[in-house]
Design a protein around this ligand. Structure first.
Ligand code: SAH
Ligand code: SF4
Ligand code: F3S
Length: 469
């Protein structure tokens, strides 16, 4: 027990894996059971889906992108913005016909939206063909819930059950072979007033450092070249653990592992981003020279209303310290336009902050009310049209900055991990340590390797380059 959280091994649930495997061997329409998993939202959900796939693989499943041929269809949902919710309901509705054509198919929903009561109530009432629903807190019970759904044949709903336990050892089937996600903590305690995540993912809890480091070592020996440490607020890593370990300590330990690999992490919260952390990045061998540090707004009144616990000055302080210490630093951020009551003048503070920092790229969102959050009850006098005008204004400013930053990279050589082919034959792509995408010609055999690429051309924010042998 560490500050109210318990740590447990997942393996207790294995009996349901074997039992489900027996049922699915008979129930599958083809020679092996097939699962179609669709994942929405952020990397936390992607990492959860990789665990679900790990469990399904242990049950004998293979995977397909074609929902028509699947024996199990699962949507892993996101609740962070309104349109995410609308999309999921639309897509679930479309599955009704598949269930009619293939009555044995099990349709399931999981993820953040399933921890919202108004959503599961609506699902239960309007979508009776959905046979399995479980929330983020019940991931470790997936084998048992799945077994109940396929053996009893009644609808299984399990949501809102937070047992305050961190489960280790859940099988994971990673999507990539050289780039992988590594969750270091779950949940969030920050309660930013606009955000649903603390309600859907529960209280912040860190995995033990030994478990994280052991998994990082395994990934590195399995050939992973890029590991992204995940958490909603990685800077507060360790707060619920005994022993006073911090995120900077964890990074230092992973950085000391031998091998040729890159460490990325997300997301950092400015309120807990320590100078020590920046020093660790600056002195590291393996950590990317990239900081994704969401500021959300450049105006102090709005930041306070958002409950972000820092102001513009403190944010710029960290940014300036990081720029000074980390050579070739690349900065990215998230920003919300049109928070309830934000005026045009307050929005202009966001624009001026963007101009001052010169981010490599920005993730810009128009505020979207989330039921149950404090901001959803705040007066919101500005129209969608006004907000969308401001939003375009901000995008234009950022596009210019991105183009300027890209142009300044021409002539320089960067080490990139060749990660994927683009649509054009013979053209590869990779990301610099600062997470900027460069396209270049090369042979497919380079995928998964680090190469040096000299940037030869910048077209707006798309970089072209040449491999340097
Ligand atoms: N934990 C991370 C991000 C979580 S959600 C952090 O704190 O930075 C990712 C981004 O979605 C947020 O940074 C925010 O910019 C945006 N977001 C969250 N809730 C939103 C809402 N209700 N409306 C619009 N954007 C939102
Ligand atoms: Fe949401 Fe704020 Fe937590 Fe990020 S830090 S997940 S924005 S509550
Ligand atoms: Fe969405 Fe949940 Fe991530 S709400 S953004 S999938 S933590």
């Amino acid at each position: 027990m560490a500050n109210g959280f318990t740590y447990k091994e997942f393996s207790d649930d294995n009996k349901y894996i074997a039992l489900s495997a027996e049922i699915m061997a008979v129930r599958a329409r083809g020679s092996v059971p097939l699962a179609c998993i669709r994942t929405y939202g952020c990397q936390q959900n992607v990492a959860d889906s990789e665990k679900i796939k790990g469990i399904l693989a242990a049950m004998g499943f293979d995977f397909t992108d074609n929902s028509e041929e699947a024996d199990f269809i699962l949507f892993n949902t996101c609740a962070v913005r309104e349109h995410a919710e609308d999309r999921v309901f639309g897509n679930v509705g479309a599955l009704k016909n598949i269930k009619r054509r293939h009555p044995s198919v099990l349709i399931g929903l999981c993820g953040c939206m399933m921890e919202e009561k108004h959503v599961t109530d609506r699902l239960y009432k309007s979508f009776p063909f959905v046979g399995l629903v479980f929330g983020t807190h019940s991931l470790h019970k997936f084998p048992e819930l799945f077994y109940n759904a396929v053996s009893v044949g009644k609808r299984v709903y399990e949501t809102g059950v937070d047992d305050k336990t961190v489960y280790e050892g859940i099988p994971t089937m990673r999507d990539g072979t050289f780039k992988g996600w590594l969750p270091i903590m779950y949940g969030c305690n920050n309660f930013c007033t606009y955000c649903i995540v603390p309600y859907t993912r529960g209280r912040e809890r860190s995995r033990r450092p030994e478990a994280v480091i052991a998994e990082a070592r395994q990934m590195i020996s399995a050939g992973y070249k890029e590991i992204t440490l995940l958490g909603q607020n990685v800077n507060s890593y360790g707060k619920n653990l005994e022993g006073g370990v911090t995120f900077a300590d964890l990074l230092r330990q992973i950085d000391s592992i031998e091998g040729d690999f890159l460490i990325r992490f997300m997301t950092s919260h400015p309120k807990d981003c320590s100078k020590e952390l920046i020093d660790v990045i600056a002195q590291s061998r393996h950590i990317s020279k990239h900081l994704h540090l969401p500021f959300q707004s450049g105006n102090d009144r709005v930041l306070k209303a958002m409950n972000r616990s820092y102001n513009r000055e403190k944010y710029l302080d960290i940014i300036n310290y990081a720029k000074e210490k980390i050579d070739g630093l690349s900065l990215t951020s998230d920003v919300i336009v049109g928070f309830p009551g934000e005026t045009y003048e307050e929005f202009l503070d966001t624009v001026s902050l963007v101009k001052e920092v010169e981010f490599t790229s920005l993730f810009t969102f128009i505020y979207s009310p989330r039921e149950g959050t404090p901001a959803a009850k705040m007066p919101d006098p500005f129209t969608a049209e006004e907000k969308s005008r401001w939003f375009s204004e901000l995008l234009k400013v950022q596009e210019k900055i991105a183009a300027k930053r890209c142009a300044a990279m021409v002539g320089n050589t960067y080490r990139v991990l060749v990660e994927d082919t683009t649509d054009t034959q013979g053209v590869l792509m990779g990301r610099t340590s600062g997470n900027v995408i460069v396209e270049f010609e090369g042979d497919n055999s380079l995928v998964g390797n680090f190469v040096n690429v000299c940037v030869t051309q910048a077209r707006n924010w798309i970089l072209k380059g040449k491999v340097i042998i």
